[in-house]
Design a protein around this ligand. Structure first.
Ligand SMILES: [Mn+2]
Length: 272
């Protein structure tokens, strides 16, 4: 056992996007090697199945992350997977698998007694899009939109079309991005209010943040494509953002090893 590990009560990561070239798998591996948690939440978009369906990309470093997580689980860390929009097929596997569980969303209680709703966040895409007029509709319209978003994307899935994400769409329209982020944060806060919790922990928009709005907390883990960030909770219940900027041993040898994909996937199956 590595004595240098920093032990924390809880960790949250999201939007790893394994299976894409943008994924900083080595940075994440370094994070998982540095910190140890009682509970680790993987808050959506862990494996990018959309992208994998279109083109296979799976270097060894992506397998290493999977193996590291399984090893952590074996050593006692409870892993909680929450499906996002890029790995929504995990919804078909909700339940407990030993020390690992897959849930749609979950309430985490911090050491200082705050109840935080942990969810990926794509559920609110349609709400965010209509943030201005939805505020006049109240609870009913809000819930209806979330339901409609689910139906809309279920139909797209049946037709073999990918999940339609408003946030991904808006990210290409840079001038709208700032107001989009604040709309998103407000929508999540409003959702938390409805759930009668003290705040939310989410991902999805690849924008790490810790904010307090009145009595609600908004936490966004960020991602492992653009920001390489995670959230950690210490024994007192304090939650902070960590940034894995420097990647030791990062070598260029990880580039484009697509031909290894089949073997890598087979290896994952075996170690799972
Ligand atoms: Mn997402």
């Amino acid at each position: 056992m590595n004595e240098d590990k920093k032990r924390f009560r809880t960790g949250w990561i999201s939007d790893v996007h394994l299976g894409t070239r943008g994924c900083n798998a080595q940075g994440l591996y370094h994070f998982l090697d540095t910190y140890e948690f009682e509970q680790l939440y993987i808050v959506g978009d862990f494996v990018d199945f959309w992208r994998l369906r279109r083109s296979r990309y799976w270097p060894q470093s992506h397998t290493n992350v999977m193996q590291k997580l399984l090893k952590r689980s074996k050593k006692g860390t409870e892993l909680i997977f929450i499906p996002g929009n890029h790995d929504e097929m995990l919804l078909n596997f909700l339940g407990h698998y030993g020390n690992i569980q897959i849930v749609q969303n979950i309430i985490h209680e911090t050491a200082d007694g705050r109840r935080l709703l942990v969810m990926h966040g794509h559920e609110l895409d349609v709400v965010t899009m209509h943030a201005k007029w939805i505020s006049h509709l109240g609870e009913m319209g809000y819930n209806l939109l979330i339901l409609l978003n689910g139906y809309f994307n279920a139909i797209r899935r049946k037709l073999g079309m990918p999940y339609w994400s408003f946030s991904a769409f808006i990210k290409h329209k840079v001038k709208d991005a700032v107001s989009f982020i604040s709309n998103y944060e407000n929508a999540l806060i409003k959702y938390a209010e409805k759930y009668n919790v003290d705040g939310v922990i989410c991902g999805h928009i690849h924008n790490p943040a810790i904010r307090q709005m009145e009595r609600f907390w908004y936490y966004n883990t960020g991602d492992w494509v653009e920001s390489s960030t995670a959230l950690i909770e210490d024994e007192s219940g304090q939650i902070s953002l960590v940034h894995m900027d420097v990647m030791p041993n990062r070598t260029p040898l990880e580039q484009e090893k697509t031909e290894d994909t089949v073997e890598a996937l087979a290896a994952i199956k075996m170690s799972a």
